[in-house]
Design a protein around this ligand. Structure first.
Ligand code: NDP
Length: 257
């Protein structure tokens, strides 16, 4: 078996979708996981029309039974899982006193418990194969605080903790675990948030970028999603076996200041 297999959650959109294309182009067999069934089916059709060979599974990463089943069926189909990308994520912004506790738990459930569950169920196979790469999509919100993002910040910090433990427990089995910590990536989700901000402030998208976002980002740009994919491919490589337990920041200099 000379192919590599990647299991990507939150794969129907944004960064996950770009990773799907990137891993496909690099010769991986790709399993796409997402909770958005309609979008997942639409993406599969679009990708197959463009010659990409992918398979999809509708799954909520917080549902352990379903995750276990999807991991087992992926291994049945392709023989193994070499790379796990925990990318599924959601956002909610409110001040702490206004933040619904149910919403807080939901964000932690998707971004921390979800990543724990997938890691738990890919680990035995990776240990058996003496090879594994776990890539967790954290954020600069996993390293520094942002007002209004108590749940997202807690989840992304927690994901870095999980990454370190997976790195330690995988260290003698050829398994590495690393977190990617992006700043503002040029995705539909981010563009949508910026457009909302523009409406709230009654200014243009250009003004939001120039007056609010770029002063925070020394490179004065949104980061192309392809750069995140390149970093994930690098961390997934057999050649990066000594990089483990790390948080790789990709933010155009945001957190350097
Ligand atoms: P998107 O919202 O574009 O994509 C995330 C995907 O995950 C969506 O298809 C979403 O479905 C899916 N998803 C949500 N909940 C679940 C679940 N419980 N089980 C399975 N799939 C689920 O996000 P981005 O591509 O922008 O972000 C991807 C990751 O990168 C996230 O973890 C995010 O926090 C992180 N990140 C993104 C940054 C950015 O600038 N875009 C910056 C830093 C980190 P649905 O649409 O139905 O919710």
């Amino acid at each position: 078996m000379d192919w590599k297999v990647v299991f990507i959650t939150g794969a129907a959109n944004g960064i996950g979708l770009d990773m799907v294309r990137g891993f496909c182009k690099s010769g991986y067999k790709v399993k796409m996981i997402d909770i958005n069934q309609d979008l997942l089916i639409q993406r599969e059709r679009e990708l197959k029309e463009k010659g990409f060979h992918v398979s999809i599974d509708f799954c909520d990463v917080t549902d352990e039974h379903s995750v276990k089943e999807k991991i087992e069926s992926t291994i049945d189909k392709y023989g193994k899982i070499d790379v796990l990308v925990n990318n599924a994520g959601i956002q909610h912004v409110a001040l702490i006193e206004d933040f619904s506790t149910q919403k807080f738990k939901q964000l932690l459930d998707v971004m921390v418990t979800g990543a724990f569950i997938t890691t738990k169920h890919v680990f035995p196979g990776m240990k058996k194969n003496n090879f594994g790469r776990i890539i967790n999509m954290s954020s600069i919100n996993g390293l520094i605080g942002f007002a209004g993002k108590s749940a997202y910040n807690s989840a992304k910090h927690g994901l870095i903790g999980l990454t370190k433990v997976a790195a330690l427990e995988g260290a003698n089995f050829g398994i590495t675990a690393n977190a990617i910590c992006p700043g503002y990536i040029d995705t539909d989700m981010v563009r949508g948030q910026l457009e909302d901000l523009a409406k709230t402030r009654n200014i243009s998208l250009h003004q939001v970028l120039e007056q609010i976002i770029y002063p925070l980002v020394p490179q004065k740009r949104l980061i192309p999603v392809s750069e995140v994919t390149q970093l994930a491919l690098y961390l997934a490589s057999e050649k990066t076996s000594s990089i483990t337990g790390q948080s790789m920041v990709i933010d155009g200099g945001y957190t350097v200041q």
